[in-house]
Design a binder for this molecule. Structure first.
Ligand code: HEC
Length: 125
């Protein structure tokens, strides 16, 4: 009887040691997922054009260019990128009309990706 009890206690102890060990492993090997923003693979086709399409094109397409601003082609977007207006408006910099008009500022991730694309030369990649 005593032997059986000791066995049970031993098993419980071993189990709890094992559980806490696993807990430590979990904390060490797989930290909670952090929202990530990939600025290392920013391209016009896969990042910038879809971003502008989603946030700007309802007012700035080739067919409907509010304020004469057409974001529907790479050439036009590149001009705005290189003269500083693209980053000026999305960052709400002084002296620029804040964009997207009537909507919240773009996310930090979107802004970082646009910034990176312009810094890389605003290529048609
Ligand atoms: C709801 C409509 C609307 C949306 C959405 C919008 N714009 Fe505009 N945008 C305008 C209007 C209207 C103007 C003309 C200037 C004004 O009236 O403020 C303008 C002007 C601009 C200008 C010229 C500003 C200057 O100082 O010369 C740029 C560049 C621009 N928008 C970029 C963008 C970008 C980039 C986005 C998306 C992130 C965007 N816009 C989203 C309506 C919009």
């Amino acid at each position: 009887m005593l032997a059986k009890l000791l066995l049970v206690i031993g098993a419980v102890l071993a189990l709890s040691a094992c559980v806490s060990q696993n807990g430590e492993d979990l904390a060490g090997d797989s930290p909670l997922p952090v929202p990530s923003c990939d600025t290392s693979h920013v391209t016009y086709a896969l990042t910038v054009a879809p971003l502008l399409q989603q946030n700007c094109s309802r007012c700035h397409s080739s067919a409907f260019a509010s304020g004469g601003v057409d974001l529907g082609t790479y050439a036009k977007v590149r001009t705005l990128a290189t003269d500083g207006r693209l980053l000026g408006v999305v960052n709400h910099a002084p002296g620029f009309d804040p964009m997207p008009q009537g909507a919240p500022k773009l996310s930090d991730c979107d802004l970082n990706q646009l910034q990176q694309w312009v810094a890389d030369g605003a290529l048609n990649n």
